[in-house]
Ligand binder design. Structure first.
Ligand SMILES: [Zn+2]
Length: 826
């Protein structure tokens, strides 16, 4: 067997398919620049902020609302009528959102799946057309028909496409029927929901509650297409989890942990288990849990002055006072006196002896004449500063507004200043020869469960290494890198100051957004700061607005936290798997994760072999999550993140997969849980009560169940590293003589990508890649009308090539696969 560079395979573009073959693909379009951001009013302080449930009509509206600076990330889910989720907003912003067309739903913690269909739904107007004869037969294809059970309830998830889905007048309707077990007739007709994103028809999809497992479904389009499909199991009959071993140790994490606790435990683990663990320090320190000290003085609007210290607050900025002083005499010039850390601005006076300095003049004086104490001073927001500044009642202390200890937050000193992030590396053989797995948690500060989930996984590895056979296999066959919190500055801010903090603490804002009332909105979204499919390249879902929840930063990799990840995967090139752990949503993602909105041009779709490997791995991982307390991550929430949720420009997964060939997963832990008492799915939150309701929303339960999934990801990586078996493949139907046109497809023995030719040439990595009919569907079907010889080879997810063929050079053996479809002349 021979391992090829996965990167080469990824870059090989699908070439044009010969004229005998029918192929489909997305239309191309030129990239467009990101839309200009607009500013919006900001929360004045954290007390006035609240969480509301909202519904948006789709990704277009999401982009607009995010570009306007609203904080709408996470907890979002697709529903047939758009996207539902939560927003962290003030009452005033609720009004703004409503004006933008956002629907504010009932302010209720638990929200139901609005497309929940119990039993049959009447045939609507679109459905009625389905039974009318039609000359035009639309093609209908079933992408998924999945059955799963949770907490005693069965569900059927159906995803189907019609070739006429893009049609707007009349909109093509779809209906699904199901049987009630083998040999029973179809019935229970239900109307399906059409899913349109960024102006493009995606597919129809629904989740139905059913009491009996169907074996087959039938989908009918209103323009006449009909197809049937077999129902598959989703996460049913999973093998027992590691925790099934009675001697297996788990449940180590006893509550939420702030970064200091996470890092100190990581270092302790390395000390306690030196044979299998060590610390790797990331080279770039963070910009720090720190701020400049500030005050807004002199009045409001045109008269207001914003002063910012040159020194960080904890390094002297907080000791500075500023006073605007009124003097009785007439016609005095503006002057500044500095005594120690006290700055006195002696305001100019007019002929009548009244204050006469404008905000602009005072700001200039502070900036240039405060003996270096104040290096940033300006009028308030977009004001010109033409108003006359009022004297202050006395000296005003500047403050960095940090360390306002939140009630109920865990105890612990918060170190100010830059942080060095330790990586906890666990593996018996840390020599670069075992497949590396990067677990990257808490890019987003307020997401506390990802950190505890990752720590729990690390604890399970070291505590079970000597006693549990399966754990020993993991530790001996993988090289695991845990970043327990990749945003320590923001996480400290979330713990101690502002619970809803998402981004890091770096203030890239211009003067118009640099006043202290904006402080909770500064920072860079670390998962929008990477280089592939980025907002800087015109992809959607990253904002250019520095106070937006998805601010992408001034440039790609502007932040130390994202630079560190690139450093790590370049230094440890054995890293072949990564999981970017987020909350909350109950989703498991891979590529594509970003698109250019105009035309909905996604980053390149992974080859079919990678896509199949992702699905296979996802099913393994999520089966282990389910094993804990029957939490099911539903198939509609699994796949390319921009296919099932939204475009997130410049996310880390796109960069690691496309640049380094790393299988890069993202997941949203702590999502919806089915509540049999209400019959609804109950959503999660960023910081659920630690114990909470163990059957529903609980930080502890989420930590335990998702740690199961991370452990299974390690097993996926270990199996991948040991995979030395070549894939096999076949053409269906194979070699032979046929009386007329034949429909032909490939099949592989395991997730593998096929490269093929039909023009007599030897197949190489530049040859066409066997692709899906459409995304989230199986491989394409070729309609062969003339005698054709297929030449091909397959490559599995670990890089093994079928029959040890070498596609990179002329191999005398030419041991690729071949099959001839002979079409008899009439
Ligand atoms: Zn997140």
């Amino acid at each position: 067997m021979r391992h090829i560079q996965r990167r080469i395979a990824l870059l090989a573009l699908p070439a044009l398919v010969g004229s005998i073959l029918v192929a489909t693909g997305p239309a191309g379009a030129d990239p467009t620049g990101p839309s200009a951001a607009t500013s919006r009013s900001q929360p004045e302080d954290r007390e006035s902020v609240r969480l509301v449930q909202i519904r948006l009509t789709g990704a277009d509206m999401l982009d607009k609302v995010a570009a306007a600076g609203f904080d709408l990330e996470h907890g979002l889910r697709r529903v047939p009528t758009g996207i539902e989720g939560e927003a962290v907003v003030t009452a005033e912003q609720v009004t703004e959102l409503t004006a933008m067309g956002v629907e504010v739903l009932a302010d209720d913690a638990g929200f139901a799946w609005s497309d929940q269909a119990d039993g049959g739904i009447g045939v609507d107007a679109a459905g009625a057309r389905a039974v009318e004869p039609s000359n035009h037969q639309a093609t209908v294809r079933i992408a998924r028909a999945d059955w799963f059970t949770t907490k005693g309830q069965g569900f059927l998830y159906v995803e189907a496409r019609t070739t006429e889905g893009q049609q707007a007048d009349p909109i093509v309707g779809m209906q699904v029927e199901n049987d009630s077990g083998k040999g029973t007739p179809f019935g229970f007709a239900r109307t399906m929901s059409r899913f349109v994103d960024s102006g493009q028809y995606m597919f129809h999809r629904n989740l139905f509650k059913l009491d009996t497992r169907p074996t087959r479904i039938q989908v009918t389009s209103s323009t006449g297409g009909v197809t049937t499909g077999v129902v598959s199991n989703w996460l049913e009959n999973a093998p027992p989890p590691l925790t099934a071993n009675p001697s297996y140790k788990s449940d180590f994490v006893d509550g939420y942990k702030h970064p200091q606790q996470l890092y100190s435990r990581a270092k302790e683990i390395a000390r306690q288990y030196p044979d299998i663990a060590e610390i790797v320090y990331l080279p770039n320190q963070t910009n720090g849990y720190q701020r400049k000290a500030q005050a807004q003085l002199g009045g409001t609007g045109q008269a207001a002055v914003v002063a910012t210290s040159a020194a960080w607050g904890h390094e002297g900025g907080n000791d500075i006072t500023v006073e605007f002083v009124d003097r009785p005499d007439a016609n005095l010039p503006l002057a500044v006196e500095v005594t120690g850390k006290a700055v006195r601005v002696l305001l100019a006076t007019d002929a009548a002896g009244a204050p006469a300095s404008t905000a602009t003049q005072v700001a200039d004086a502070l900036r240039t004449r405060s003996a270096g104490l104040i290096d940033r001073a300006h009028p308030y927001r977009t004001n010109e500063g033409s108003g006359i500044v009022a004297p202050t009642a006395g000296p005003v202390a500047l403050t960095d507004f940090l360390d306002q200890k939140r009630v109920g937050a865990p105890e612990g000193e918060v170190p100010r200043g830059p942080a060095t992030i330790p990586v906890l590396r666990i593996g018996k053989h840390r020599d670069g020869k075992k497949p590396g797995v990067l677990i990257q948690a808490q890019d987003h500060a307020r997401e506390w469960v990802p950190a505890t989930t990752s720590l729990e996984s690390a604890e399970r590895l070291v505590h079970n290494y000597r006693s549990d056979r399966e754990t020993k296999k993991i530790v001996e066959n993988t090289d695991i890198f845990f970043i327990l919190s990749n945003n320590p500055d923001g996480a400290n801010y979330s713990f101690y100051n502002f619970a809803s903090q998402r981004k890091n603490m770096t203030n890239h804002c211009p003067d118009a957004s640099a006043d202290p009332a904006q402080r909770n909105s500064w920072g860079v979204d670390l998962n929008r700061n990477y280089r592939v499919g980025s907002g800087h390249d015109g992809y959607a879902g990253g904002s250019t607005n520095c106070v937006s929840g998805t601010y992408q930063g001034p440039e790609e990799l502007s932040e130390p936290e994202s630079k560190n990840i690139i450093w790590l995967v370049e230094k440890y090139s054995n890293i072949k798997f990564m999981m970017s752990v987020h909350s909350n949503g109950g989703q498991l993602f891979w590529q594509p994760g970003a698109y250019i909105a105009d035309g909905r041009i996604t980053t390149p779709r992974p080859p079919l072999g990678d896509e199949a490997f992702y699905w296979q791995s996802a099913a393994r991982i999520l089966s282990q999550v389910k094993a804990h307390r029957e939490t099911v991550v539903t198939p509609e929430n699994v796949g390319g993140s921009s296919d099932v949720l939204y475009s997130s420009a410049g996310n880390v997964r796109e960069d690691l997969y496309y640049t380094y060939g790393i299988y890069a997963f993202g997941w949203e832990v702590g999502g919806s849980v089915y509540n049999p008492a209400t019959g609804n799915w109950q959503g999660g939150s960023f910081q659920p009560e630690w114990t909470g309701n163990p059957e529903l929303v609980s930080g502890h339960a989420e930590t335990m169940e998702y740690a199961n999934g991370i452990m299974e990801m390690f097993r996926v990586a270990a199996d991948w590293g040991k995979d030395k078996k070549d894939p096999t493949s076949r053409l269906i139907p194979g070699d032979g003589k046929y009386r007329g046109p034949v429909d032909v497809r490939f099949e592989t023995s395991e997730p593998a990508t096929i490269y093929y030719t039909t023009d007599g040439s030897r197949p190489t990595l530049e040859s066409p890649r066997y692709a899906a009919t459409e995304f989230r569907e199986p491989g394409q079907v070729f309609h062969v009308t003339e005698t054709t010889t297929f030449r091909w080879f397959s490559v599995d997810s670990a890089g093994n090539i079928e029959k040890n063929y070498d596609p990179t050079k002329t191999d005398k053996r030419n041991n690729y696969r071949t099959a001839t479809i002979t079409i008899a002349k009439k």
